[in-house]
Design a protein around this ligand. Structure first.
Ligand SMILES: *Cc1c(COP(=O)(O)O)cnc(C)c1O
Length: 396
């Protein structure tokens, strides 16, 4: 029967080799712990890449999904269903925005956001040469459109030619954004907190400056909240702490807490003058199972006071991480917001630390080539932070 060795061998023989996976076979999870096939336990500070915000084995969430499976899983977007109405309403309320489109992933949410922005500009002036400004060091996904606005040559170069009309500015450098603006610019897209690029929060003055540039010229501001959204920074969406408002927001990852779902959300101005019937669609997107998951996630966030909990536990995580940076020479800097934190490692390969941590029963992630990334389930307690620090120090 299956053990870790046979599983890894079979998988490697059948799965396209697009990931260098760590040699661990996870079987189940409970709370903030994962368990592998041999029964070894791991404290999880990765949450399936910032996905499993509520932790594993949450009874109400699992029951909601089981109930929906027994009713109906899929009907297509040709018809209405109650989970759609509920999920869209809750996402609308949490964001204070106007219209929701459900997709199946982050990349698809980005694709829809880019299409909405182009259509908005097209309806305004009829031109077909609009430009989008994106940021260097950004990450927006792997499909061609999303890849085209991902400012990382390593991801982009083998797949050229990409989508045209994309220009790059430097994140947190307002002048560099101004320099890229032309009369054809239709949107500026950025992550409120850059994730894969190494955990860089936007400077408040930068984000406010970008918003002002957008308002001045009727350029649409697209904020990618796929990783930093859904409570991770202590508010539902990170931009809610900046006093700015996007025209279009994308979310995914923790939106369904494990059921694949993404969304782009439009404000009224953009929704009223962009995508119309026939312009965009998806077979699976926002099906009853996915929407039931989204709806349950919002309910449980409220029931368990997740946002307040993040605000309470995050300063403690910051304090303990700062302690590490002080103590170890090869740790250079901590950055982040809420329960989305990174430590830059100066003198040591981050992959080796992540591997060692796994041996010690701790899941942490990397970002870029030199950043240790901490994106735990949002339900962690201070004692889990202590346990993480302990295991991490042993891994150094
Ligand atoms: C993960 C991520 C994406 C892509 O999401 P997928 O579901 O992997 O397509 C896009 N933007 C950001 C900020 C992300 O972190």
């Amino acid at each position: 029967m299956w053990n870790s060795k046979t599983c890894m061998d079979y998988a490697e023989a059948a799965v396209l080799h697009t990931y260098n996976r760590f040699p661990v076979v996870f079987e189940k999870g409970q709370g903030v712990y994962l368990e592998d096939l041999e029964g070894k336990r791991y404290l999880d500070f990765g949450a399936g890449i910032a996905v499993f915000a509520l932790g594993y084995g949450v009874k109400e969430y699992n029951e909601a999904l089981k109930e929906q499976i027994d009713k109906i899983i899929h009907t297509s977007n040709l018809f209405y269903h109650v989970p759609l109405a509920e999920a869209a309403g809750k996402l609308k309320a949490a964001s204070g925005m106007s219209r929701v489109f459900f997709a199946n992933s982050g990349a698809e949410a980005i694709e829809g956001a880019l299409k909405a922005a182009r259509k908005y500009a097209f309806l305004k002036d009829g031109r077909t040469d609009h430009e989008i400004i994106a940021m260097k060091g950004s990450f927006h996904g792997r499909s061609i459109g999303a890849l085209s606005v991902t400012g990382n040559p390593h991801y982009q170069d083998p797949f050229r030619p990409l989508m045209g009309g994309v220009k790059f500015a430097v994140f947190n450098d307002l002048e560099s954004v101004k320099e890229q603006i032309t009369d054809r610019t239709c949107a500026i897209i950025l992550e409120t907190v850059q994730g894969e690029g190494g955990i860089y929060p936007a400077d408040p003055a930068f984000l406010k400056g970008v918003e002002a540039l957008c308002r001045d010229r009727d350029i649409l501001l697209i904020l990618d909240e796929i990783q930093c959204g859904m409570g991770r920074t202590g508010t539902y969406f990170a931009w809610q702490q900046y006093g700015v408002k996007p025209d279009i927001m994308t979310c995914a990852k923790a939106l369904g807490c494990g059921i694949p779902v993404g969304a782009f959300v439009l404000n009224e101005k953009t929704a009223a003058a962009s995508l119309k019937p026939g312009d965009h669609g998806t077979t699976y997107g926002g099906n009853p199972l996915a929407c039931r998951a989204v709806s349950a996630v919002f309910d449980l966030f409220e029931k368990y006071g997740i946002l307040d909990h993040v605000k309470e536990v995050a300063p403690y995580l910051e304090q303990r991480l700062d302690g590490l940076v002080e103590k170890y020479d090869f740790l250079a800097q901590r950055r982040g917001m809420g329960l989305m934190q990174g430590i830059e490692t100066a003198g040591r390969p981050v992959g080796e630390i992540v591997s060692k941590a796994l041996e010690n029963g701790l899941v942490v992630l990397s970002a870029e080539h030199n950043v240790l990334r901490f994106v735990p389930p949002l339900v962690i307690e201070k004692e889990h932070v202590d346990e993480m620090i302990d295991k991490l120090e042993r891994s150094f």
